[in-house]
Design a protein around this ligand. Structure first.
Ligand SMILES: NC(=O)c1ccc[n+]([C@@H]2O[C@H](COP(=O)([O-])OP(=O)(O)OC[C@H]3O[C@@H](n4cnc5c(N)ncnc54)[C@H](O)[C@@H]3O)[C@@H](O)[C@H]2O)c1
Ligand SMILES: [Zn+2]
Length: 679
């Protein structure tokens, strides 16, 4: 074939893709600040690969399809990898994975199924760790696959990187390869702190890990919650390693490396597809981000026979999960007013499928965040939706900024009631100063009051509260208990029966507990735990309402800020009147037992898994907390006990693995009774 067979527009497009991808590589690998979301990058790579497949003349050694990563920065010393550190090819659906299996078997001339190792694909940074005579000598990034950066000082600060191998019998030279990543919880904490301190915010855990590792001051790295997971070896001298990949990893584990607990051996490609499906369901619940599954031919001799192409081995494939970040257009910004008057900017987006759902709104947090992002209306933005977390605008694709992009103007006056919007110095949040004059705040206060963890009024949904307030039937929380059947039945989509149900639910809700009532009042910074501590300390509402800020600070976990909000709340005449009105309407509770009486589970952490048959998860949690226990959401090594119900499978296994005591539902109920909890 000759050059002139390639149509000009195809050649130009290829060149354009080269430019886009090279720029993206630089931003991603060198600056740790990608502008494009990964899916967008992957689409462009795909497009270039397809062009190159059609017109092989377009393939050049410097094509982004032929290369791994990017050449390293100059601040760190360069390291040459004896065995190149490659990337992985990607599959995006079952067919592409089957196609991979077909290619493997064709090449091996194997009519039989090939065994694969299945590992979650951690989303972090590839690392090479060189051990000489069992001692960590050097840690290097992948770089462009041949040349990486020496980041030994930084990597040494990571707890899960062994500085010395366990066991005596170790190879003279052992190069371990793995991923350094930041667990989700650590990432959330880091960003939250950065947001408060006005420091750099990372787009996702991968970027945070990359940025943390490439610090010139290793004391900074030491502060970051990084972990290592080993997934392979490079150079090995003076030892024979097992002939199956999964066995090699188990050996690494004995030498002191963490390996992934979800790892599995699949006997054929169908089992791989099933594994991918299962992990896809588990993905949100894992404590770290994964962006797919890596399937590797498990036999090392077969891996050797298969070899590799320019940028990836032929014996491995990454089967990606649906993206958690996508690009879309910011159409407009609206300002919502919350229960405490906080004015939150909400981005209206051109609908985009991300993280498994179609997203058309995302939070922009506050005024500072808008400034930090430098975002304008009309911009192309990157939206991230991971798990249950509210979708967020994480960055702006500046290269796509339109000439007519408009600044976002933060309102001076509440968009709902027109009262001035005020900000307290040192606080990022701006608030409507209208208090309960503001119907937005009133609606939110009533919704909160009626919510499940508060007064738990069955059937009083958000829409109904909006209707009641908008129709002028409801002006305060206590007004709920004066609603009449006729008023409720007269609303749109309501009838006699549903009206009666609501009144019955309201009646039932009057029988409550002091902690729930305190939480329901919606005092700023008073969540469930604080409400419980306040109730336990003061025993009843009277003494609490009289308490000074100083008195309040004696309560467990109550600092000056919370003490101030609580005292301020109870000093308002309006609040006092509301409380009186609620009691007049029949809201009641029994006083709490006060004092530092022994709490059977004080200081222990419990995990509630799945749904118990007779208790809801939140009830179980309430009961445990009454006994002084902290309740955790997932199973970790420092958890003491797990309460298991139907559907608790994976957590249960994890608990057993960690040697944590496990109880079933009946034992749990007995246990609560023994400890004097009425069920
Ligand atoms: N947004 C951007 O502008 C931009 C630019 C460049 C690259 N990228 C993204 O980076 C990725 C491509 O980069 P890449 O070459 O690092 O490939 P990759 O991240 O898709 O796959 C290779 C990497 O997977 C990691 N990995 C995790 N678990 C593993 C396991 N169990 N076994 C083996 N490896 C494992 C290793 O670090 C390895 O280097 C793509 O997802 C692409 O979207 C994005
Ligand atoms: Zn208002």
């Amino acid at each position: 074939m000759t050059d002139n067979k390639v149509p000009v527009e195809k050649r130009e497009r290829a060149q354009e893709l080269h430019d886009i991808l090279q720029r993206a590589n630089y931003q991603y690998y060198v600056l740790d600040a990608p502008e494009l979301p990964d899916v967008e990058y992957d689409r462009r790579i795909r497009e270039l690969q397809e062009l190159e497949a059609e017109y092989p003349e377009l393939v050049s050694p410097d094509s982004p399809t032929q290369r791994v990563g990017a050449a390293p920065l100059t601040e760190f010393a360069e390291v040459r990898h004896q065995v190149p550190m490659l990337s992985l090819d990607n599959a995006f659906d079952d067919d592409e994975l089957r196609e991979f299996d077909r290619r493997v078997r064709d090449r091996l001339n194997s009519p039989d199924a090939v065994e694969y190792a299945c590992e979650p694909k951690l989303d972090g940074i590839a690392i090479s760790l060189l051990y000489r005579d069992g001692v960590l000598e050097r840690a290097a990034t992948r770089g462009d696959g041949t040349t990486g950066e020496d980041i030994t000082q930084n990597v040494r600060t990571i707890g899960s990187v062994p500085l010395r191998l366990r066991e005596k019998d170790v190879p003279q030279v052992l190069e371990v390869r793995g991923e350094i990543y930041m667990p989700k919880a650590g990432f959330a904490e880091l960003n939250e702190k950065a947001r408060k301190d006005g420091e750099k915010i990372f787009v996702n855990p991968r970027n945070a890990a990359a940025g943390s590792l490439r610090q010139l001051d290793s004391r900074v790295t030491a502060q970051r919650p990084l972990e290592l997971c080993a997934y392979g070896v490079g150079q090995v001298e003076g030892a024979e390693l097992p002939e199956r990949h999964t066995e090699v990893l188990k050996q690494l584990n004995r030498w002191g490396f963490r390996i992934n607990k979800e790892m599995l051996v699949a006997e054929d490609i169908d089992a791989c597809i099933e594994y991918h499906r299962q992990l896809g369901e588990k993905r949100e619940g894992l404590p770290y981000d994964i962006d797919g599954i890596v399937f590797k031919v498990n036999s090392i001799p077969l891996q050797r026979r298969l070899g590799f192409v320019a940028r990836a081995p032929r014996w491995a494939m990454a089967y990606k999960f649906p993206a958690q970040e996508e690009m879309t257009e910011l159409l407009d910004v609206e300002f919502q007013v919350g229960r405490t008057g906080a004015v939150t900017p909400v981005a209206r987006l051109k609908p985009v499928f991300v993280g498994g759902v179609t997203v058309s709104n995302a939070t922009l947090h506050n005024r500072d965040e808008i400034k930090r992002l430098g975002v304008k209306i009309g911009d192309t933005v990157v939206v991230r939706r991971a798990g249950d977390v509210i979708p967020q605008v994480v960055s702006v694709v500046e290269s796509k900024r339109r000439a007519d992009a408009r600044d976002i103007v933060f309102p001076d006056h509440c968009p709902v009631c027109g009262s001035p919007v005020e900000s307290t110095p040192g606080e990022a949040v701006a608030r409507c100063s209208g208090g309960l004059i503001c119907s937005a705040q009133r609606k939110q206060a009533i919704k909160h009051f009626a919510s499940r963890k508060a007064m738990d009024v069955d059937g009083l949904g958000d829409k109904l509260v909006d209707q009641l307030v908008d129709e002028g039937l409801l002006h305060s929380v206590s007004g709920l208990f004066h609603l009449t059947k006729e008023q409720v039945a007269g609303l749109e989509r309501m009838g006699e029966k549903s009206a009666q149900n609501l009144l019955d639910a309201l009646e039932r809700s009057k029988d409550t507990t002091l902690p729930k009532f305190l939480y329901a009042l919606g005092i700023r910074e008073v969540g469930e735990a604080t409400a419980r501590n306040l109730a336990r300390h003061f025993g009843d509402l009277g003494p609490l309402m009289q308490a000074s800020e100083e008195d309040l600070q004696e309560v467990e976990d109550v600092g000056p800020v919370v003490a101030h909000f609580v005292a301020e709340f109870f000093q308002q005449t309006h609040a006092q009147e509301e409380i009186e009105a609620l009691r007049q309407a029949g809201v009641h509770w029994f006083p709490e037992e006060t004092g530092g009486e022994a709490q059977p589970l004080a200081g222990q952490t419990w995990v509630l898994t799945g749904k118990l048959e007779t208790l809801s998860r939140s009830e179980g949690k309430d009961y445990l907390q009454r006994l002084g226990a902290k309740v955790a959401g997932s199973v970790s090594a420092n958890t003491d006990m797990v309460v298991a119900g139907p559907g608790a499978g994976s957590k249960l296994n994890k608990a057993r693995e960690l040697d944590i005591s496990v109880m079933d539902e009946d034992q749990f109920l007995d246990f609560l009774r023994e400890n004097g909890v009425e069920i």
